[in-house]
Design a protein around this ligand. Sequence first.
Ligand code: ATP
Ligand code: MG
Length: 312
Amino acid sequence: MKPIVTLTLNSSVDVQWEVPEMLHTKKLRASNGITFPGGGGINVSRVIKTLGGQSISVFTSGDFVGHFLREMVDNAGLITRVVQIEGVTRTSSTVFDRSTGQEYRVTPPGPSLTEREWQACFDALFDISTDYIVATGSLPLGVPDDFYARVSHRAKKQGRRVVLDTSGAPLAAALEEGVFLVKPNRGEMKRLMGTGDLGPQEEEALAQQLVREGKAEVVALTLGGDGALLATEGRTLRLRGPDVKVKSAVGAGDSFVAGLTYGLARPMELADAFALGIASGTATVLTAGSELCRRQDIERIYREITGKSLDV
Ligand SMILES: Nc1ncnc2c1ncn2[C@@H]1O[C@H](COP(=O)(O)OP(=O)(O)OP(=O)(O)O)[C@@H](O)[C@H]1O
Ligand SMILES: [Mg+2]
C-alpha cells in the first residue's frame, strides 16, 4: 500500500484546558494545558498512524508557532512535507468547563496565504506518489475557492483518488469538478443542497443524487451520534456505532475520514472500511478535547459492529 497523502492548508497548534467553572473577569485556574498538532489533514494522519498505516502529511508552517507545530508533528512520528509560509500558524483552543461538562472551542481563521504559497502546497501534493489524497478543512484566506477543484482535476488525470472533507463554496466547486469521495456532515449537506432539515429517506436520496450526477463516486454523509450513511452507485449503507458516553466530539469527522480512507486503501471491503470509519469516529468521542482515538477502542468498536477482528 502506498502512503496516503493528507493536506492541511490551515494547520494549527491546539491547546486544551480544563477549568472548574467558566466565569468572566475572574482568573480561571486551569489544568496544565495539553497541546496537540492540529488541522484536518494532520488529524487524519495521526489516526492513520494509530491504525498502523502510513501517510505523508503536507502542511503549512509559519513563524514560531509553525516551528512548534513541526516539532509536535515530528514527535507524533508522522512523515511530513512542510510548506513554509510568511504568516503565523494559528493557535486553536478547547476549554472544558467541569461544572457543566460543556466544551468551548475557539478557532481563529489563521494566516492568509499568498499565491506562491498555495501553489507550493499544490505542487508538494503532486510531488509524492500515492493512490489517495485526503484534502480536508476550510481554505485559508487568499486561497481561491476552486483550490480543491484544481486538486481533483489534476488527481483524476493521474489516476489518484481525492477524499474531500470541506464546506461551502470550496466544496461546491470541487463537486462540480467531481471527486472520488466526499464527506459532508448534516449541516454541510443541507447547505450544499440548499435544503432544510432532512429525514432519513431524503438524506439517502440526496447522497444518491450526488453519486448519480457524477459529483462523487462515494458519498459518506456523517450524522454525529446517529452514525453515517454511505452511498455508492445503486447501493446505500447505513451504520451507527454503539451508544457511548461522549467526552468530546473534536476530531470525530477527521477520524471517520481516516478510518474509511485507510480501509479503502488497504484495501478492505467497502462495508468494512465504512465500519472502520464509524469505529474511529466513535472512538474519538471517548477521549477529551483534541485527543483523538485509541487503538484498543477502535478495535473493540470495530469488532462490536462487524463481528470481525481488525487484523493489522
Ligand atoms: N455524539 C456522538 N456519539 C457517537 N459517535 C459520534 C458522535 N459524534 C460523532 N460520532 C462519530 O463520528 C463520525 C463523524 O462525526 P460527525 O458527523 O459529527 O462529523 P463532523 O461533523 O464532520 O465532525 P467535526 O466536528 O470533527 O468536523 C460519526 O459518523 C460517528 O461515527
Ligand atoms: Mg467535519
